[in-house]
Design a protein around this ligand. Structure first.
Ligand code: SF4
Length: 481
């Protein structure tokens, strides 16, 4: 049994109900330290916090511990199974959710955003769109946000045409693929072209499920199950497919827009609630949302359809979609989704941070200003952006406050005179300049006096808003001796 398989006849514990003792009891208990933890109990604690995986205990990987490993894998299996799409070298991971709400623990496996192409595009159009999908990239507080896969739709309904399109895409991109058709012969033609790429087959429905199951098993490919606005049918199809031996399933209860949107959100919410709250094994699979469906909207302007696609995608990301298939490639449609996804999937227990240290901007000399801020990512990248856009040559000390912003770190006594003194020493700031003047953020003004006393550096209080740094430095730098 793998972690992705449903449990048979057992009430599974939620991750928050599993104690370190539950895990510890199954560990080798030798305290050997091969996991780089001080003992097995420390390892067990980090396992239930989701900071380590059981494979990080080397003795568990031995043959003699195979049974224990499986027991642990079952104990720690998520409520929503894990499905991977793509090759070993480039794949996406769906599902693996432990909780219904993010704040209960954290969400794992950010929902991939997959963009469509279709088989009636000319070769040039197809390859141009593939190139655009691969090149879409945006830097957001130091993280690169990208698109994740390509869905190839059969609009020709012709196996040979579809096969050719799959071949063209696969030759030019190693991105994970979704092959879309309700006609098994079309899908078979497509997957026969890429038997080792492990694409998602979309989709089995109440008419084609038997042949789709055979195809999924023959090619060891995950299978999407489509039961539009019909949860009893979804349950029945999943049960039947599991009995056929198809375990890697992705559920699509249909994405409807306008008047159908409430049903869409209800269905997604009911499926995920059943899986996470009621241990419903038949609904414990990743959910597929298709904001692309708005494009069947008829005589409406493209801008309105793009807006609808964007809104639908955001709602589905918030309501448990583990993957999205979209059509628009416009930045204003996609960026809100990628940024929302980024924020939704950050660990609420850990602020987003950057590494502490001294950052150098422009070509500072030994008389250039030294500023200090904290390592909360949003703070750091805002300050970085303001310094760069104002072309300021300076040194920026980034104090490690555990990812806490300046104002909160001052209030919480994390960003203090002592911690600033420690940062100056730890990062050897004096070695960069000939002076001893430090510009404190305006939001830390109230610790300026004690910081001057503790560090021995002259402290200037900078602006509260880093966008004001340029006029501030014109007025205050170099400082009066
Ligand atoms: S490697 Fe395994 S057996 Fe060794 S201390 Fe860590 S958890 Fe215990």
């Amino acid at each position: 049994m793998t972690p992705s398989q449903p449990l048979q006849g057992k009430k599974k514990k939620g991750i928050r109900e599993i104690s370190p003792i539950d895990v510890y009891k199954l560990l080798p208990g030798t305290n050997c330290g091969e996991c780089h933890e001080s003992n097995c109990m420390a390892f067990a604690t980090r396992i239930v916090n989701g900071e380590l995986v059981i494979g990080d205990c080397p003795p568990l990987l031995s043959e003699e511990n195979a049974r224990t490993y499986k027991e642990l894998a079952v104990l720690l299996a998520p409520m929503v199974s894990v499905v991977t799409i793509g090759s070993d070298a480039h794949h996406i991971t769906l599902g693996g959710k432990y909780v219904l709400q993010r704040h209960e623990f954290t969400y794992h496996n950010p929902s991939p955003v997959v963009i469509d192409v279709h088989d009636l595009m000319s070769e040039a159009e197809l390859l141009d769109r593939v190139r655009q999908i691969e090149q879409f990239s945006y830097n957001y507080i130091g993280r690169k946000l990208v698109l994740d896969g390509i869905a190839i739709r059969s609009t020709s309904h012709d196996p040979d045409i579809f096969k050719k399109a799959v071949k063209n895409v696969a030759r030019n991109s190693d991105y994970p693929l979704v092959l879309c058709s309700f006609e098994p012969a079309v899908l078979e033609a497509g997957i026969s072209e890429i038997p080792d790429r492990h694409p998602l087959l979309y989709a089995a429905n109440h008419e084609n499920w038997k042949i789709m199951a055979d195809l999924s098993l023959a090619y060891n490919a995950p299978l999407a199950v489509y039961a539009p606005n019909d949860l009893p049918l979804m349950r029945s199809l999943v049960k039947t497919l599991l009995q056929c031996g198809v375990n890697d399933l992705v559920l699509d209860p249909g994405t409807f827009t306008e008047n159908g949107l409430p049903d869409t959100i209800n269905n997604f919410s009911l499926i995920r609630t059943q899986a996470c709250r009621n241990n419903d094994e038949l609904f414990g699979f990743p959910l597929l949302g298709s904001p692309i469906s708005v494009w069947a909207g008829g005589e409406i302007s493209d801008d309105v359809l793009k807006w609808r696609e964007s809104v639908t995608a955001s709602m589905l990301l918030s309501r448990y979609a583990d993957m999205l298939i979209m059509h628009s490639l416009d930045g204003w449609v996609l960026l809100p989704q990628l940024i929302w996804r980024f924020n939704l999937y950050t660990d609420p227990r850990k602020p987003v941070s950057v590494e502490g240290g001294v950052k150098i901007f422009g070509s500072p000399g030994r008389d250039s200003p030294v500023l200090i801020t904290t390592n909360y990512a949003l703070t750091y990248f805002t300050v970085e952006s303001d310094i760069k856009s104002a072309n300021i040559d300076c040194f920026l000390v980034v104090a490690d406050t555990g990812g806490i912003s300046v104002e909160s770190a001052v209030a919480g006594r994390i960003f203090t005179a002592d911690s600033i003194a420690l940062s100056l020493k730890q990062y050897d700031v004096q070695s960069f300049v000939n002076h001893k003047t430090l510009i404190l953020p305006g939001l830390a003004a109230r610790i300026s006096g004690e910081t001057e006393d503790t560090t021995g550096w002259k402290i200037l209080v900078g602006p509260k808003d880093s966008s004001r740094l340029s006029p501030y430095l014109r007025e205050h730098w170099p400082p009066e001796s």
